[in-house]
Design a protein. Structure first.
Length: 333
């Protein structure tokens, strides 16, 4: 069995080597049709577009993305071609919740935001949004949740969040069709409807927030400030917007070692089920280095301002910063 793998997926090599005698690693953005023509399985991240152009005429029968999102997979084509595909729902939800919590704490520290006096509007309450909700409640915030498919069972309409939230954070998949399409969910009309002057947080997909409209809203004072981990057109980003936001990071909110290991284990488990292989022992995350100091603050484990400073200093390093991300662990609460 031959497996082609994005070479930036960490911690997985030893396990795959025990499962297959032919494992080829390549940069995700460089994986091409000749690379997969004689492959049986493909394991990717968001930078590999898995469609007929890549997979047509290949012998690939299994595609896994080590990510929650799967908008880079042409699922309609994969289904027509009889190629089994899988993603990793919830794998890095704890990591993204950690990112949001630490961003909120830094807003409180540096921008004078009183969390206990604030209302947070959570748009999307799946694996990630539900953990962000728990974080916000732990911080003493008033919480509003908008999840359109769930609105009959307790969610509020987006208009309520637009009128009452001091912070609006997006945790939705990127979809372009259907009654709950999320492409440019936060567009010029959204920003015009805001009753307050909120903070905007986006860790979902860049296209959920119209970046040009957000920059205009920031300049006009309709949005107080923003925290962006995802961008339209990434790795090329709107440089004016990057320098304007409080925190701007290179799509790494879900990049804790814990989240990556969760994804590894989900991918390996699905691979073994599909090819009827014995399940190996779970992959475990590396330990923090000796001397790590835990004072009890979430900021001991992660400070998104440090990642933001690196990207603002050199926006051209977007992909390098993602592909050479340092060890980060989640705080256990």
């Amino acid at each position: 069995m031959k497996i082609v793998v994005d070479d930036k997926i960490p911690y997985i090599r030893e396990t795959l080597a025990a499962l297959s005698d032919t494992v080829v690693y390549k940069s995700g953005s460089a994986i091409s049709a000749p690379d997969v023509r004689d492959a049986d399985a493909l394991i990717v991240r968001t930078r590999t577009r898995c469609d007929e152009q890549l997979l047509g005429g290949s012998r690939v029968q299994f595609v896994a993305t080590a990510t929650i999102g799967f908008d880079h997979l042409d699922t309609a084509y994969l289904q027509r071609a009889g190629i089994h595909w899988t993603n990793c729902p919830g794998c890095n939800s704890g990591s993204v919740a950690q990112y949001v919590e630490c961003a909120l704490l830094q807003l409180q520290r540096h921008a004078g935001l009183s969390l206990q006096a604030s209302t947070i509007g959570i748009v999307g309450c799946g694996h990630v949004g539900s953990k962000v909700k728990a974080v916000a409640q732990r911080l003493g915030m008033r919480v509003l949740v908008c999840d359109p498919p769930l609105s009959p069972v307790g969610g509020v309409p987006l208009r309520v969040i637009e009128s009452e939230a001091d912070i609006i954070t997006f945790h939705v998949p990127l979809t372009t069709v259907g009654p709950y399409a999320t492409w440019h969910m936060a567009d010029e009309h959204f920003f015009q409807r805001l009753s307050r002057v909120p903070y905007i947080i986006n860790t979902s997909r860049g296209e959920v927030v119209d970046n040009a409209a957000l920059l205009s809203a920031l300049r006009d004072g309709r949005v107080r400030d923003a925290v962006l981990d995802v961008w339209e057109g990434e790795p090329s980003v709107n440089l004016d917007l990057l320098q304007r936001v409080f925190i701007g990071t290179p799509h790494i909110a879900g990049y804790s070692a814990d989240g990556k290991v969760n994804a590894d284990n989900m991918v390996v488990s699905a691979l073994c089920r599909h090819f009827h292989l014995p399940q190996p022992r779970p992959i475990v995350a590396p330990s923090l280095p000796p001397g790590f100091q835990d004072t009890g603050s979430p900021l001991d484990f992660y400070d998104p301002l440090a990642d933001s400073e690196k990207l603002k200093k050199d926006p051209s390093a977007f992909e390098f910063l993602r592909n050479h991300y340092p060890l980060r662990r989640e705080q256990k609460v």
